[in-house]
Write a protein that binds this ligand. Sequence first.
Ligand SMILES: Cc1ncc(C[n+]2csc(CCOP(=O)(O)OP(=O)(O)O)c2C)c(N)n1
Ligand code: SF4
Ligand SMILES: [Mg+2]
Length: 346
Amino acid sequence: MATTSTPPPKTNRIGLSVLDYRGGKTTLCAGCGHNAISERIIDAMYEMGVKPERVAKLSGIGCSSKTPAYFMNRAHSFNAVHGRMPSVATGAVLANSHLMALGVSGDGDTASIGIGQFVHLMRRNLPVIYIIEDNGVYGLTKGQFSATADLGSKLKTGVINDLPPIDTCALTILLGATFVGRSFCGDKRQLHGMMKAAIAHRGTVMLDVISPCVTFNDHEGSTKSYKYMKDHDEPLQEINFVPVFEEIAVDYDPGTTVEVTMHDGSHLRLRKLEEDYDPTDKTGAIKRLMEAHEKNQVLTGVLYVNTQAPTFLDMLNMTDDPLATLPQEVVRPPKDVLDKVMEEQR
Ligand SMILES: Cc1ncc(C[n+]2csc(CCOP(=O)(O)OP(=O)(O)O)c2C)c(N)n1
Ligand code: SF4
Ligand SMILES: [Mg+2]
């Protein structure tokens, strides 16, 4: 008699199924952009075959900062104080350089209360993937404008924002982040490619992902709504990422493609939609962002990438073995050496 059996789940190159990358059930509002970003993180980590136990999820406070609970429940996790995730991330990476640090924050957590810590993280080129789930408001505290809200954007109550926004991409390109991109949670394909490249990058990745707050900032007059993004999204490139463990199939006309070789040998292919856009040109990237603001465009894609800059770990000349794993006899001078130092002070 024939028996029916369910086929074994599909697995990645380290033998894990996508279920191994899942987390708790989301408690965010249905349709919140942040949920779509969690899904892209799950897909990218699964496809890149990242061991969940190697990942340290870090966040601050906000709806966005709650999301690490909704993916990769086998990873390490630290929910820091509001706006203070960068210092926790720095400490974690310095103590254990083998961890892959994944910071998830909001526009309020980053650009309002957290701006002081954020700017110093960005100028160090610490290996960390820092994602801003950007909805232009403090969703968790019921929708006040954040520092990324655009000039003239309107709240549900009719209040108009009369302050200019902080462009986190222009700011972090200037500060020294080495992989800077902007995407939209509704652009599954683009965000997916960018996430995978972010995983392959060694240095600071800053991804600003426009992620509409359906409850407080998705109405007519908001510049961070699904409709506004659909009408004003200006993609710079078509992104194709080929991980080092996959065979490279040439599918782009080389004349219109920029290819970046990542630290692990993976290839990031950017088919230019704008002929003159060069993502390795820092000044050009900032200029193009400024021009987009003037035209009310939201420029998306890989805005800047630099795979040559030394990381904070290189600059500090850290040991290959993580500090956290070094035994006492290595990190602590023996008693006779300490006695000698004390003797010299007398
Ligand atoms: C020190 C401190 N100040 C203020 C608050 C209140 N608070 C909680 S979340 C938040 C803003 C969160 O906004 P954002 O980072 O954009 O996250 P979102 O909820 O929009 O995803 C504020 C002001 C707090 N928790 N702690
Ligand atoms: S309040 Fe806004 S940001 Fe928070 S979960 Fe709901 S839709 Fe998302
Ligand atoms: Mg927000």
